[in-house]
Design a protein around this ligand. Structure first.
Ligand code: S3P
Length: 423
């Protein structure tokens, strides 16, 4: 199978192409709500784009006409929908623009912490305030203007925060440096390199020099490993299964899930083709096996953070203990993913302990179907669809419209894999 385009990379493609000095062709853009919102946000900021090809979910191949760093004042508040990445990255860009703008989102996004970007952007001289009902939350009002370069040590390991600062740093004369407590996904740095913008990575520190204008290029977005993760776990946990996923992103800052599944007993082989400055991508083959529990290491967490819901499902299917700690960040994702996973696993009959920063699953008990909520969170909905494949009787997941934020066509792919499983 193949999976739709990578969500993180698609957001960045829409933003950086819109800032580039000419037309950029982007192929395999993710036609999901989150990335469509970012593309439309760039449209509202004066960036013209042409849809070259689309499918039933939205645009896939695009020509984006970059405005050489100068955007236009939007007529209305910009709606980021459900997407933390969209809002945080756009905030970095808007701080460098000479106009007022407002970023808003849905209820989930309006309860997620924005102070983590506001603090460093204020240090850069930005005029940015969170005016939401909850303290430090969206909507965000920005009055852009001159920025100054800073060196900033991030208190949380977040690629969104790092990227917001690097994007703002493009507008600040001098060298802006972000120091991460742990290495996070490096798509922004890689894509900046593709756009001929130089960044310097030194251990956990990343620097950018302001004043560089991204050179228009062509970008091809690989398949999303976080979407593939659902099928990778399903295949890994089913002895006798074989799955081949083609053209999927295999960036090492995104593939920690594979190492964990191998440790649990899955057989996984990936063949990577890497460009010099592009994204590693390739094919991935999985063979199922009887899994056993494992303990996640702290440094693995940022590089599999979005896969933890489905990894917890793998833990419930594995014999013995699976320990997931140091993952407090899960509480401020699209839902509180620790409590959502714990509640749903318990309904299916799994033995789970909840901690402030994670969970522990004593796996291997047979699961039985039940009625579960997605809590409006796409990854919870999809992770428990996979749990349903392994549960006795029917599993009903309520509130699944959210799947469209990251994986349009998930239900169709689930059906096709289920049919093959029956044969
Ligand atoms: C993302 C970074 C991660 C991840 C999110 C996408 C990105 O969030 O959970 O789904 O594209 O930069 P944080 O940076 O907040 O950890």
């Amino acid at each position: 199978m193949t999976v739709p385009g990578d969500k993180s990379i698609s957001h960045r493609a829409a933003i950086l192409a819109g800032l580039a000095n000419g037309p950029c062709r982007v192929t395999n853009f993710l036609p999901a709500e989150d990335c469509r919102n970012t593309l439309e946000a760039m449209g509202a900021l004066g960036v013209d784009y042409e849809v070259l090809d689309s499918n039933e979910h939205g645009p896939v191949n695009l020509m984006i006409y970059g405005r050489a760093m100068e955007l236009k004042r939007p007529a209305d508040p910009i709606d980021c929908g459900n997407s933390g990445t969209g809002m945080r990255l756009l905030a970095g860009v808007l701080c460098g623009q000479e106009f007022k703008s407002v970023l808003e989102g849905d209820d989930s996004l309006s309860s997620r912490p924005m102070d983590r970007i506001i603090t460093p952007l204020e240090k850069m001289g930005a005029n940015i305030v969170a005016v939401g009902k909850s303290k430090g939350c969206a909507p965000i009002e920005i009055k852009g203007g001159a920025l100054k370069a800073i060196e900033y040590e991030m208190p949380v390991a977040s690629a969104q925060v790092k990227s917001a600062i690097l994007l703002a740093g493009l507008f600040a004369p001098g060298k802006t440096t972000v120091i991460q407590p742990a290495v996070t996904r490096d798509h922004t740095e890689r894509m900046l390199a593709q756009f001929r913008v130089r960044t310097v990575t030194d251990g956990n520190a990343v620097s950018i020099y302001g004043g560089q204008i991204p050179e228009a290029v062509e970008l091809a977005v690989p398949g999303d490993i976080s979407s593939a993760a659902f099928w990778i776990v399903a295949a890994s946990a089913m002895p006798g299964s074989r799955l081949l996923i083609k053209d999927v992103g295999l960036n090492p800052t995104r593939t920690a899930l594979l190492g964990v599944l191998v440790r649990m007993g899955a057989k996984i082989r990936d063949v990577v083709r890497t460009g010099l400055d592009g994204e590693p991508a390739g094919n991935l083959e999985v063979q199922g096996n009887a899994l056993k529990g494992t303990e996640l290491r702290e440094e693995e967490i940022p590089n599999l953070i979005d896969e933890i819901p489905v990894l917890a499902v793998a833990g419930a299917l594995a014999q013995g203990l699976t320990v997931i700690r140091h993952a407090r960040e899960l509480r401020v994702k699209e839902s509180d993913r620790i409590s959502a996973v714990v509640e749903n696993l318990r309904i299916l009959g799994a033995e789970v302990a909840e901690f402030e920063d994670g969970l522990e699953i004593d796996g291997g008990r047979p699961l039985k179907g039940g009625v579960l909520d997605s809590f409006g969170d796409h990854r919870i909905a999809m992770a428990f669809a996979i749990a349903g494949l392994f549960s006795e009787g029917d599993t009903v997941i309520k509130n699944t419209a959210c799947i469209a934020t990251s994986y349009p066509g998930f239900q169709k792919d689930l059906e096709s894999i289920r049919v093959r499983q029956k044969r």
